[in-house]
Design a protein around this ligand. Sequence first.
Ligand code: COA
Length: 318
Amino acid sequence: MLPGIRIIATGGCLPEKVVTNDDLSKIVDTSDEWITKRTGIHERRRCVTETHLDLAAAAARQALERAGIDRAQLGVCLVTTVAGDTITPSTACMLQKVLDLPEDAACFDLNAACAGFPYGLRVTEGLLTEDRPYGLIVSCEVLTRLTDYTDRSTCVLFGDGAGAVVVQQSPDAPEICAVLGSRGDNQALYIDGAPGAGAPYIHMQGQPVFRFAVDAMPRCSLAVLEKAGVTMDRVDWVVMHQANERIIDHVIRKMELPPEKVYKNIARYGNMSSACIPVALNELYEAGRLRSGMKVLCVGFGGGLTWGGCLIEIGGIS
Ligand code: COA
């Protein structure tokens, strides 16, 4: 059996600027009532002065300081994102510079859209070695750069933020039993990229994405539990991608999950793509609700279309 990984520290960073539903109702034809009822979102954050690298570095610094590790033993610095400051260098390479990480650590960005964090955990698990047992995973998104503020059907949903974790490979850590997948679809949810293809905005057909989410997340979660040979009663937290509170509640009902095990923060941040899950983990840590030995089911879905889930243990946090 391959050695698994545990999360030994978390970090986070959110831009200062808060954008409320009422703020958005001044620029598009919407209302606090519509947004709250259809999505559960009350406010989100927006970068004004902060860059993508600023957010990523602040979240990473906090996680590294809390982990208290020797950075020379870091084997991987992986950033999950769809929205870096530059296509190249990657944000991960710039983190190597600003955090003074070892030059022989693998530094790269990974784009699996909103499912990026479970993808990032699995890739890191595969890359760590006995002599380089630590990995840094930072999920950082500045989606407001890619948001069309004339399109009310998307601009109310997205926000900016970063979450980070330090993981440690250990022979006694269980494999994370990740389940990752994709179904190529360039219509339901996409962001233009190629030069000349138009403004790089998020385009989305809400209802097909909703239907995909309420099918993919339970399917992926059950596959992870089956692979791990673990039943829900042994899971301490379920942290889902925060795209719409109605999607999360749908999954709770479909899987008959105990609601008190399902963490939600969508009301305060909206959809921060791959950053949602680690920002939630960091909030759990800061509230003293994440302890060593706990098992967390992380599950996300997003553009691609992608899905990803894993069961990861917490270690080194008392
Ligand atoms: N304010 C007011 N009205 C709005 C609005 C807004 N911000 N956005 C859309 N509407 C209107 C529509 O124009 C439509 O009007 P009409 O009936 O006159 O045509 C009406 O509200 C209903 O639109 P619809 O798209 O059917 O709403 P919905 O209940 O499906 O909710 C989403 C829209 C986007 C909130 C929902 O589909 C959703 O969350 N989908 C999944 C999105 C997702 O997860 N994305 C991230 C993937 S990582």
